[in-house]
Design a protein around this ligand. Structure first.
Ligand code: SF4
Length: 471
């Protein structure tokens, strides 16, 4: 996965730092509450929302069960329509393929449609190492790129920034990436949008190559779908001569009838819109219309490993609507950067440890970045039981070994619980020494007793009381 977040501390440390940033918390609270309220109203308008949710879940589960078949069908359809399909096992292979395709066009810059998959593989950094500049064209991604920042939300990557901060970034940084911000730029949304429009337009008009992801791929016709709100995606998908789309293998759906379900639930669940403003669909290449060369890079990068996990695989149903982030009390306070991954919030806490594994401290901490309140499951339009996956992944992390003190405590408990005489002796000893027991645990257990009282040990063990009173 992207090295953008390499070196990040584990979630508890990163979150502790983030919650001390009052401005960040204010920005996040305002943004998440606004989106979540609008979403709730948009969803409540549909009397068949529950049925749509069940249908979305069923379609995704069916597709994932037969993923091999649908991917081959997709490849055949894309190829028949004039496109070329490449298979990438991991980030390195995907980046190598894309860089090779860009080099073949003899250009040194590409325009990009907002794409989580390309962030996941660190494509911009890999292209930069090859002398190729990637220009983000989504407004929020542009803010992140100009500010040399990191995205903190799936849908609104610059959600942690307010208007005044964005104005400053545009005024200071636009000139080093192309057309400068207009003189006297204020922080009015209309002026900021116009500055971005002017800055980006020259890039759209001269770009030879565009890189995108896709929200969905329809296996029966080889059609790719990008759902966006600003129209920048449409410019990238139609103007350049070469289009390269990097898409996770789980994004395939079998038929257009299946797509119908997702095009209803996604806009309402993500931006609270009844219908998506710009939905671009393309099938291979068409002479005289749009790019004359189309490459589809199908990305695994840990997805087949996730698919093999009977509990964890449901995370692959995700359609990246971001509704779970907007209702999560942990995300609202810690912000997206604390998750150390391009996938923040509840979905990041279950997806990242499956894609990257749980070997590093950051990834091992993510399944614990939740209160298990279940709000994420309630809003998920494809009914991913995120709390269930979190608990499952915690089990995996615990089996890895955990902290040495924890390991020693569990081993000692196992020994004593296995031997009734030793247990009875330990209980008596604990009862006699109860006045000396600390109120808080030392070492790694301290976080647990920060918010809980340790249960008091009774003066007399129950088995002794029983023997005295009942025998
Ligand atoms: S897990 Fe569900 S709610 Fe969260 S982003 Fe994915 S589809 Fe949306």
């Amino acid at each position: 996965m992207s090295d953008t977040f390499l070196g990040m501390p584990a979630f508890p440390q990163a979150a502790a730092r983030a919650v001390r940033d009052g401005q960040l918390r204010a920005n996040l609270r305002h943004a998440t509450h606004t989106i979540r309220d609008k979403r709730a109203r948009a969803v409540a308008e549909l009397p068949d929302w529950a049925e749509l949710r069940s249908a979305g879940k069923a379609i995704k589960d069916h597709t994932l069960r037969h993923l091999d078949r649908y991917l081959v069908q997709l490849e055949e359809a894309v190829t028949a329509a004039g496109g070329t399909v490449h298979w990438a096992a991991d980030a390195e292979e995907a980046n190598r393929i894309v860089a090779g395709l860009v080099h073949a066009t003899r250009t040194t810059e590409v325009v990009k449609v907002k794409s989580m998959a390309t962030q996941e593989i660190g494509l911009n950094e890999a292209l930069a190492a090859e002398g190729i500049t990637a220009y983000e064209t989504d407004l929020a991604e542009l803010i992140v790129q100009l500010g040399e920042d990191r995205p903190s939300h799936i849908l609104v990557p610059a959600i942690h920034r307010n208007r005044a901060e964005i104005r400053e970034i545009f005024a200071d940084r636009m000139a080093s990436w192309g057309r400068p911000a207009p003189e006297g730029l204020t922080d009015s949304p209309a002026e900021l949008a116009e500055a971005a429009r002017l800055h980006l337009r020259e890039k759209f008009l001269r770009a030879e190559v565009a890189v995108s992801g896709a929200n969905f791929m329809v296996a029966e016709t080889g059609t790719l779908v990008v759902v966006e709100s600003e129209g920048n995606g449409r410019m990238c998908l139609t103007l350049p001569r070469t289009l390269i789309s990097v898409v996770g293998i789980e994004k395939v759906v079998p038929t257009w009838r299946d797509l119908e379900v997702f095009l209803q639930v996604l806009p309402r669940s993500s931006t609270a819109e009844r219908m998506n403003p710009y939905t671009s669909l393309w099938t291979g290449t068409t002479r005289g219309d749009g790019p004359s060369e189309f490459h589809l890079v199908l990305l695994d990068n840990g997805r087949t490993a996730a698919l093999a996990d009977q509990v964890g695989r449901q995370a692959l149903r995700c359609i990246r609507c971001s509704a779970c982030l907007n209702v999560c009390p942990v995300y609202e306070r810690a912000g997206g950067h604390a998750y150390g991954s391009v996938y923040p919030g509840p979905i990041g806490a279950v997806l990242t440890p499956q894609l990257r594994g749980t070997a590093s401290p950051v990834d091992a901490s993510l399944p614990y970045a939740s209160s298990l309140c279940g709000a994420c499951y309630e809003v998920c339009p494809v009914a991913i039981d995120i709390p269930e996956v979190l608990v499952h992944l915690r089990e995996r992390v615990a089996e890895q070994g955990g902290h040495p003190v924890e390991r020693a405590a569990v081993a000692a408990a196992g020994y004593v619980l296995d031997r009734p005489a030793a247990l009875a002796a330990a209980e008596r000893l604990a009862g006699r020494t109860r006045a000396l027991h600390p109120r808080r645990l030392p070492g790694p257990g301290r976080a647990w007793t920060d918010s809980r009282d340790l249960p008091e040990v009774p003066a007399e063990p129950f088995r002794d009381w029983w023997r005295r009173n009942r025998t």
